[in-house]
Write a protein that binds this ligand. Structure first.
Ligand SMILES: NC(=O)c1ccc[n+]([C@@H]2O[C@H](COP(=O)([O-])OP(=O)(O)OC[C@H]3O[C@@H](n4cnc5c(N)ncnc54)[C@H](O)[C@@H]3O)[C@@H](O)[C@H]2O)c1
Length: 387
C-alpha cells in the first residue's frame, strides 16, 4: 500500500511581492515608541479570520490593562490578505517571528472564500511545524458550576490539562490518492510517529506535571488497533514514566477516555496524546468548560518562540456580529503572559475572567447577554481596577 502513496509536504507559501514583509501595508505597531527596555516583551499578533479578529482585539485591550511591559506588532496574514495579493505568510515569516519576537498570538484561520484552506495550513500548521512547536498545551478548567454541562458534577471536578503532540501524526500530510474518481479509487493518509517526537512530548507532559504540582500523567492512544504507531507510544511512555517516580503514570484507550471524560472527569490530571486524538478530545473537553469559546491553548517548544491561540476556529457564521465569546482568547493571553514570566499579570486576567463568569458578564453562548466588545470591556475594567 505504501508504494501507491506519494509524499507531499505542506503546500509552499505563494511568493509575496518581496521576501521581506512590507511594513506599511501589512503590519501595525502598537505602543508606537518601541522602547529599548530589555524587560519588555515583543509579541507578534495574527488576528487572522472571522471571529479571530474580534476576540484578539479584546484580548489585546485586556493585556494592556494589566500594564505588562509588552509591545504588539500586528500582521494581517489572513484570507483577506491571501485573496488580495496571494500571500499566506511571507517567505521570511517564520524566521522573522523567531528572530524578532518573544511570542506569537494568533486568533483563528479559516474562511469559506478559501475552500482549500491553504492560507490556514501555511500560517497555522506552518508555525507549528516550521517553528517546531511540539507541545500543544490545552488547560481544561471549568470556572463555575453554571458552565458545567454534566449532571450532578461540580466545576471543581473539571480541572485537567491535555498535552497534544503538535508536529506529527496525519497532519504531516503524507499520503495520496490513487485512481481518483474511478470505482477503484484508493486514498491513503499516513500517521507519522517518530521516536524523537513521541519521547519529547511525553517527557514534556511529565515535566509539566512536576512544574505545576500535578500528580499523574495519563497517556491515551488506540494501540489495540494502531499496533505499530501507538505501540511506539506505549513503549516510550513506559520508559519515560520510569524516570519520574514522583508522578503517577496511567494508560487508557481513547474510546474509553471519551466515556470517562463525561462520566468522571475528576480523575484526570495531565493527559498526553498524539496530534489527532488531542485535537478531538479537546473539543469534548472544551464542552466541559462551557464550550469552545472558553478554551485556551499554547503551542510550546521550551526555550524557543512559542505561539498562543484560542482553541476555537474562525466561526464564520458568528463573524462580524459581536457575539463571539472573547474569553478563550483572553485566557490564552493570560497563558502567554505567564509563559513570558508575567505571572502576576496573568493572574489578574484569570481572576477577572472568573469574576465575569460568576457575575454573568458574558456572551450568550455561556448564558450572559453581553456582546464580544462589552464582555471584553468588562474584563478590561476589572483588570484595571485590580492594578
Ligand atoms: N486554530 C484555528 O485557527 C482553527 C481551529 C478550528 C477550526 N478552524 C477553522 O475555522 C473555520 C470554522 O470551523 P468550525 O466551524 O469547525 O469550528 P469553530 O471553532 O470556528 O466553530 C464551531 C462552533 O463553535 C462555537 N464557537 C466557536 N468559537 C466560539 C466563540 N468564541 N464564541 C462562541 N461560540 C464559539 C460556535 O457555535 C461555532 O459554530 C474552518 O475554516 C476551520 O478550518 C480554525
Amino acid at each position: 500500500m505504501l508504494l501507491a502513496t506519494k509524499l507531499r509536504g505542506l503546500e509552499a507559501p505563494k511568493p509575496a511581492a518581496s521576501s521581506q514583509e512590507p511594513a506599511a501595508s501589512s503590519q501595525k505597531c502598537y505602543f508606537s515608541a518601541v522602547t529599548k527596555d530589555a524587560a519588555r516583551r515583543r509579541i507578534a499578533v495574527v488576528p487572522g479570520d472571522g471571529i479571530g479578529k474580534e476576540v484578539i482585539a479584546q484580548a489585546l485591550h485586556v493585556i494592556r490593562a494589566t500594564g505588562a511591559p509588552v509591545d504588539f506588532t500586528e500582521f494581517d496574514w489572513s484570507a483577506d490578505r491571501y485573496l488580495r495579493d496571494g500571500t499566506t505568510i511571507p517567505a521570511d515569516g517564520f524566521a522573522m517571528l523567531t528572530r524578532d519576537y518573544d511570542a506569537v498570538f494568533v486568533g483563528a484561520l479559516g474562511d469559506p472564500r478559501v475552500p482549500s484552506n491553504v492560507h490556514a495550513k501555511d500560517i497555522l500548521l506552518g508555525m507549528r511545524f516550521k517553528m517546531d512547536l511540539y507541545a500543544n498545551v490545552r488547560p481544561v478548567k471549568c470556572l463555575d458550576d453554571s458552565l458545567c454541562p454534566l449532571k450532578n458534577r461540580k466545576a471543581s471536578e473539571i480541572d485537567f490539562v491535555v498535552i497534544r503532540e503538535n508536529t506529527e501524526g496525519p497532519y504531516v500530510d503524507v499520503g495520496g490518492v490513487f485512481k481518483q474518481g474511478t470505482p477503484d479509487e484508493v486514498a491513503v493518509q499516513e500517521d507519522v510517529n517518530t521516536r524523537k517526537g513521541v519521547e519529547r512530548v511525553i517527557r514534556y507532559a511529565f515535566e509539566y506535571a512536576r512544574r505545576h504540582g500535578r500528580k499523574k500523567v495519563l497517556m491515551t492512544d488506540k494501540a489495540n488497533v494502531m499496533t505499530y504507531a501507538h505501540g511506539l507510544w506505549q513503549r516510550v511512555f513506559k520508559e519515560v514514566a520510569a524516570e519520574y517516580a514522583d508522578i503517577g503514570a496511567q494508560h487508557m484507550y481513547v474510546d474509553a477516555l471519551c466515556m470517562h471524560m463525561v462520566r468522571d472527569p475528576a480523575q484526570f490530571d495531565v493527559i498526553v496524546t498524539n496530534n489527532m486524538f488531542g485535537d478531538i478530545i479537546t473539543d469534548l473537553a472544551a464542552a466541559l468548560q462551557g464550550g469552545l469559546g472558553m478554551a485556551a491553548s499554547g503551542n510550546i517548544h521550551p526555550g524557543r518562540r512559542s505561539m498562543f491561540e484560542p482553541v476555537h476556529g474562525s466561526a464564520p457564521p458568528f463573524a462580524g456580529k459581536n457575539i463571539a465569546n472573547p474569553m478563550g482568547a483572553i485566557l490564552t493571553a493570560a497563558m502567554m503572559l505567564d509563559h513570558l514570566g508575567r505571572a502576576s499579570e496573568a493572574k489578574k486576567i484569570n481572576d477577572a475572567v472568573l469574576e465575569a463568569v460568576r457575575q454573568k458578564k458574558t456572551t450568550q453562548d455561556i448564558g450572559g447577554s453581553l456582546g464580544t466588545r462589552e464582555c471584553g470591556e468588562w474584563i478590561q475594567q476589572q483588570v484595571t481596577g485590580n492594578r
